[in-house]
Structures are given as C-alpha cells and as structure tokens.
Ligand binder design. Structure first.
Ligand code: SAH
Length: 332
C-alpha cells in the first residue's frame, strides 16, 4: 500500500488527516481490502478502491516447500519481478525475507540474483507490501532484508520500510539488514540509525584477492573499511553484527581461512553464521566435515559461530536462490 498515494486521494476528497492513519492501521494489522475498514464510511472506501491500489505489488505465483516455507513471486505495477519468502519455525518464529531491489546490479559469483537482469530499486511501500502479503494470512514477527538486491544501494527506502515494520508487529530487534558492505549506504545507516536494528555483513572470504573474486564489489569498498563501519554500529547499539559466510568447497572453507577470518573480526563485535551453499549452478557446497572443522577453528579463537539451517531449498527459496523466471541456470 502506497500510503502517500492514499493520503493524496483522501486530501483531494477533503478528508481529515486521521483517515490516512486509520487506513494504515487496518492495513498494518492485516486487512485484505479497503472493504474491511469498517470505521471508514462506505462511500469513502469505494473512492479509495478506485483511486489507490490496495497493494503496490500483485502476487503472481506462490510455491510451498515441504518444510512450510512459502516463496511468492510478485510484479510491480511496471512489470518488475520481486520475490519474498516466509519461513515458519516450530518455536513460533515467522520470518519474512524481503527484497530491496528487483534483481541486483552487483555480480557476486555464487548468487543467483546477481545473474538476472537488474530492474530497479523498490520503494518503501513495495518492500512493506511483501511483508503485508504474508501478514494477511497470519502474524509475522521477524524480517530480514536478505532477498533480492543490495539494501544499502537503496538505503532511503530500506530505512523507511524498516522503521514502519513495528506497526506490522516486527520490532527493530527482530529486523536484520544484510549488506555486501556498500559503503555509502552503510555509512549512512551507521551514522543515522540508533534503533537496535540488526546489521549483517556478507563476508565470505577474509583474504582480499579471494573476496574480490567472489564479490567484485570488494575492489571498490575494501573489507577493512567495511568492518570498521560495522564495528561502529556495534559500539552504538551493542548489538553484534552477524557475519554471513557461505561455505564453498575448496574455495573459502579451509581451517587456515577460518583463522584469517577470526583475526579480521576479533571477539567482541561479531557473530559468524556459516551458511551451507545452496546450489545455483556455480561451485560445490562444503561438506559437513569441512564446515565443522571451520567452526572448530572459530571456536578455538572464541568467535561465536553457528551453522545456519537451510530452508525452502526444494522450491529454490533458500539463500541466494531468489531469481525469478528463468529458474537459476545450471552451468553448462
Ligand atoms: N545483497 C545483500 C542482501 C542479500 S542477502 C547481501 O549480499 O548481504 C543474501 C545472502 O545469501 C547473502 O549473505 C549472500 O551472500 C547469501 N547467498 C547468496 N547466494 C547464496 C547461495 N547460493 N547459497 C547460500 N547463500 C547465498
């Protein structure tokens, strides 16, 4: 729902400003149409229906994984594909993974989104509408900006959206923004955001050459600067920054590389999430043994580390698999 659009329509109709707030309250609590907003006069609901689309996105396709994960493909009004994923856990956590861009202009070699065409930045409303879509069927309580795109290339919309998530039932503590280390947006985030929003950094290799190979953006914004900025967020909010590290067999998964990572991070400000690689046609995932050995090195260095659960693999909804039509291409 584009609330600015709703507000314009209401203003043109000479309605008081509290009407906009009423509409938002209904939408944020999971209403599925203007028709449900019973404290708003019927004629006004009808005017809204014809004047302001209820959602900025249309859901085009939905897939359900065996573990209950749901992946939805949306289209923006101008035809760009956007995917979002709902993950449900036994402990009651319901986490929405949202996209901040349609496609991604960065070209990380292991990521499927990086291989599809870049469309454009999404608006804050287009980001929130992904969450609202799932919110309509049941309460959601976590959000991660880990879908398509680089959130800090679209920092204004991402922050606007993140700041409205509490209205939808998702607190800042349960919101995570993940970045490759795009410095202009990261610096803004660090300077401007005092809210306890979790920051996550896609790191993947502590060695400069290797990281550049995996993530060309590393040439532009070297890891040392990025880590310094992350550290500032930790100092300010006392929330550890999550480091994402995708485990690629024979590429970045040796014990020596774990020690390099430990040295780069230090013990205080970071926590490492080791991510089993989800096949997207490139690379092989590390074996369980290699992941355990890597973790053992981090344990020795007293760096907190966990191995992330993979969900939704069978519907290509897992980390790095979001790339709408065509499905992730397999290397010839
Ligand atoms: N651009 C941001 C947001 C995307 S988050 C970022 O890179 O942080 C998506 C996460 O999934 C990133 O940590 C990314 O490195 C990881 N990822 C990408 N492809 C993957 C794959 N095939 N298997 C597992 N993780 C992957």
């Amino acid at each position: 729902m584009d609330l600015k659009h709703v507000e314009r329509v209401l203003t043109e109709l000479g309605e008081p400003s509290y009407r906009t707030r009423q509409v938002w309250e209904w939408a944020a609590r999971g209403a599925g149409s203007y028709g449900e907003m019973t404290n708003i006069p019927r004629s006004l609901r009808e005017s809204l229906d014809s004047g302001a689309p209820f959602s900025t996105l249309s859901a085009e396709d939905e897939q359900r994984a065996r573990d209950g994960t749901v992946k939805t493909l949306f289209r923006t009004h101008d035809g760009h594909p956007v995917e979002a994923v709902l993950m449900r856990y036994r402990d009651g956590r319901r986490s929405v993974c949202v996209s901040s861009q349609s496609g991604c202009p960065l070209t990380c070699t292991f990521c499927a989104t990086g291989r599809m065409a870049f469309g454009r930045n999404l608006t804050a409303w287009e980001i929130l509408d992904q969450v609202l879509h799932f919110r309509r069927s049941a309460a959601v309580n976590h959000a991660v900006f880990m879908g398509m795109g680089e959130p800090f290339m679209n920092v204004d919309a991402v922050l606007d959206a993140a700041r409205r998530l509490p209205d939808l039932g998702i607190t800042h503590r349960r919101t995570t923004i993940s970045t490759v280390g795009w410095m202009p947006g990261l610096s803004r985030f660090v300077e401007e955001v005092a809210e306890p929003i979790r920051l996550a950094l896609s790191l993947h290799a502590a060695d400069h050459e290797l990281r550049t190979e995996l993530m060309p953006v590393n040439e532009r914004y070297p890891l040392l600067d990025v880590l310094a900025a992350c550290r500032q967020h930790w100092e300010r909010t006392k929330r550890r920054v999550f480091v994402e590290y995708v485990m690629l067999a024979g590429v970045n998964d040796s014990p020596a590389q774990a020690r390099l990572l430990a040295d780069a991070l230090g013990r205080d400000a970071f926590k490492v999430n080791l991510i089993p690689y989800n096949p997207t046609g490139m690379f092989d995932g590390s074996s369980r043994g290699a992941i355990e050995a890597f973790k053992t090195e981090l344990d020795r260095a007293r760096i907190p580390a966990t191995v992330r659960l993979t969900r939704g693999r069978d519907i290509a909804a897992a980390c790095g698999q979001l790339a709408s039509d065509p499905r992730p291409r397999v290397r010839a």
